[in-house]
Design a protein around this ligand. Structure first.
Ligand SMILES: Cc1ncc(COP(=O)(O)OP(=O)(O)O)c(N)n1
Ligand SMILES: Cc1nc(C(=O)O)sc1CCOP(=O)(O)O
Ligand SMILES: [Mg+2]
Length: 210
C-alpha cells in the first residue's frame, strides 16, 4: 500500500523546486509529487530529471502533477490528475498498468467517478483554505471527510483517500480518525524551519501502530 505522506512540491524556479524537494527527502519524506505550474516548459523537463535522480537516491516514490507525457518520458512512478486534466483512461493507456495514477475529488460524486476510472488513490480536498492552490473547490472540513468516507464505507469503496488542502500537524490525528489513508501537504513542509522534526511528527501521527 502507498506511503501515507505525500509532499507536493513548491517553487517558482527549478532551483527553488530542487531545494524544497531535496529538503523534504533529506528529512524523511519518501513520496514526492512534482507540482511545477510551468508544466510544459523546458524547465519542467530539467526539473523532472533532477527530481527523478534525487528520488532514486533516496528510494522515494516520484510522481508528476498534470503532465502525463513528462511522466512517461522520465519513467516516473506515476502522475496526479485533476478533474480538468487528461482522463485517467488516456493516462493509463500512455503509462501502462504498473504506474500510479492519482485523481482529485472534491465530492462523493467525484469519488464515484475516480473509483469507476480505477484510480490508484484519490486526493480529496480541500480540507481547509490554502493559498497554495487558486480557485479552490468548497472547503470540506472534518465533517466533509466524515460524510464522504461514511458514504464510501456504505458502498464498500476502498480506494485510498489522501486529505489535502491547508493541513497542519494539529489536523492529522482528527483527519486520520475519519478513515483517510494519508495526507498530501505542500506549504507545511516547504515553510518549516525544522523539516526533520516536522516530518518525524507527521509520520508518528500517520503510522500509528495500535
Ligand atoms: C494528492 C493531490 N490531490 C489533489 C491535487 C490537486 O490536483 P489538481 O486538481 O489537478 O490541481 P493542481 O494541483 O494541478 O493545481 C494534487 N495535485 N495532489
Ligand atoms: C494542490 C492542492 N489541491 C488541492 C485540492 O483541494 O484539490 S489543495 C492543494 C494545495 C495543497 O497545499 P497546502 O498543503 O500548502 O495547502
Ligand atoms: Mg492538475
Amino acid at each position: 500500500m502507498h506511503n501515507q505522506l505525500q509532499y507536493i512540491s513548491q517553487g517558482n524556479t527549478v532551483e527553488e523546486q530542487v531545494y524544497n524537494i531535496h529538503k523534504a527527502l533529506d528529512n524523511g519524506c519518501d513520496w514526492i509529487q512534482m507540482r511545477f505550474k510551468k508544466n510544459y516548459s523546458d524547465d519542467a523537463f530539467t526539473l523532472a530529471e533532477a527530481v527523478k535522480m534525487l528520488c532514486k537516491e533516496y528510494l522515494a516514490t516520484f510522481i508528476i502533477n498534470d503532465n502525463v507525457y513528462l511522466a512517461k518520458q522520465l519513467e516516473a512512478d506515476g502522475v496526479h490528475l485533476g478533474l480538468s486534466d487528461m482522463s485517467v483512461e488516456e493516462a493509463r493507456l500512455i503509462l501502462g498498468k504498473t504506474k500510479i495514477i492519482g485523481g482529485t475529488a472534491n465530492t462523493f460524486e467525484d469519488v464515484l467517478q475516480r473509483t469507476t476510472e480505477n484510480c490508484d488513490y484519490i486526493g480529496l480536498g480541500p480540507f481547509q483554505f490554502t493559498n497554495t492552490k487558486q480557485n479552490l473547490s468548497p472547503i470540506l472540513g472534518l465533517e466533509g471527510y466524515r460524510s464522504i468516507i461514511g458514504q464510501m464505507q456504505a458502498k464498500n469503496i476502498q480506494i485510498p483517500i489522501y486529505a489535502i488542502g491547508g493541513i497542519t500537524l494539529e489536523n492529522v490525528e482528527s483527519l486520520m480518525e475519519t478513515g483517510i489513508h494519508g495526507i498530501a501537504v505542500s506549504g507545511l513542509i516547504t515553510q518549516t524551519e525544522n523539516a526533520s522534526q516536522l516530518i518525524n511528527q507527521l509520520n508518528d501521527k500517520l503510522y500509528v501502530t495500535i
